[in-house]
Ligand binder design. Sequence first.
Ligand code: MAN
Length: 561
Amino acid sequence: MRRINALIVLSTLSTAAFAAESSRPRGVSPEFAKFYKSTDSFSCISNPEIKLSPSQVNDEYCDCPDGSDEPGTAACTYISDLSPPQPVAGKVNTSFALPGYYCKNKGHIPGYIPHMYVNDGVCDYELCCDGSDEYAGVGGVKCEDKCKEIGKEWKKADEIRRKSERAALKRRVELVNEAQALRAGVEISIGRLESEIAAQEKKAAALKTTYEEIERRERGRVVGSTGGKGSKVTILAGLAKNRVNELRDTLLGVVAKRDKLKERVKELEAILAAFKEDYNPNFNDEGVKRAVKAWDDYAAQKLAAGEADESAEDRDLAEVVKEDSETEGINWAEWETEEESDVEALYKFEEYLPGAVRDWVHQKLIDLRIMLVENGILADNANSGSESKAVTDARAAYQSANDEVSTKSSSLGDLRNDLTKDYGTDDIFRALKDKCISKDSGEYEYELCWMGSTKQKSKKGGAHTGMGNFVRFDKMTVDEEVSADGKGLGKGERLVLRYENGQNCWNGPNRQTTVVLACAETDEIWKIVEEEKCLYKMDVGTPAVCEGRTEEKKASGKDEL
Ligand code: MAN
């Protein structure tokens, strides 16, 4: 128990305080030396109206109500028993003026020990390594000065602690850099989305205009006698296309037959040419002679006509039979899908008008038709149940562009919210966001996801239990041990992450987790306790909350031996 507060007492004292120590009464620290300077009298610290002779200081009799006349004995312990001293340098207890008995601890760090431990027959080396608290040798106890070896051990451990702190601080700097880069990334994404949305809005506006115009034209269009399912022209176009295709197929067949015949003619000519070369003219066979004569005439005729170059003709044929609207000069699709009415098709009188007035007349005709539709004189094409493909396509294009604007705008909103969200000092938890750490504890494995949620997972399997979602940062003053390897919350104000609205607890509240953070080299859950039913506390180490205490103290010369 006596270990409690020892380190903090030790570490909060300054070595500068060693000055003029020899002139101070036993048990007085340099901090309180000024009250014991006078050689004429001593005034109780909290009650200066009570004046004593200097010989009454440390005379084993408690004269001052605040115990200040007995800095080096246990005579006023009953005061501290009533109100235990808070041995924090500079913070004087209202009833007990001194923080404790001051141990010089040369070779280590000076510190206070509660007065009740003075001359109690126990060596309190953890607080008073020089053994000066047992100067009276009560019960024959003699406490030798162990500050040299304790100080050496402490220094070694302190060096390890400082090294770890330096590593933790380095990691913190890295986290800050990562957080900055992530923030910059969000800002870049916002900029990119803004320009994409502006462009998309323009596109959507243009598509809207187009769609409205097409729809307007649709309303102004005279519905054909075939009920809008295609005019005679359309049907004619379909028939014509089929006929053209039939003719193309026939032509292809004829060309193929021709090519075959050409091959056979070639073969026969070769046979006859060989026959002419090989026959025996000495046999007076009239039939053979006639045949040879006929072949010669045929060959002479062919020679006179010259070898026809049919390649150009073949190229033309190949072009003609190609299934290509460009070569056909007809865009069949246009004619087949056009839902133009026969009336429009046959009486396109506007086309006989001079260009200058054509548009004007066209517009007026559409306006007129719309006026007639709106006044119930003509049927509305829009209600005819046969919307044209042009209107459907234009609307779909506009809607798709508009949907994209909405999707992008919603992403932009999320990113803007993210920029205003509290990620802690230096935005540091931005770098940890979505990363998780876990720890086995009892029958569960616990998980903490930074800025996300906490979970309890049963080792026996089954579903996870939500222990809350991150809602806000908070602060908490803690007073806890730090283990030799530096794990533990320690003392002072700590940053807290509140996780709330977890899974409902049977007969209890929705589960909540209070995550208390302390500086450490790596992210680690140290301890989990269920303080009340379904209210959990996690002690967690992370470099994210390191503040460079050691380095600052070093720079200002504090905490040095
Ligand atoms: C589960 C766990 C416990 C909790 C009880 C409450 O067993 O979540 O932590 O105390 O439910 O019923």
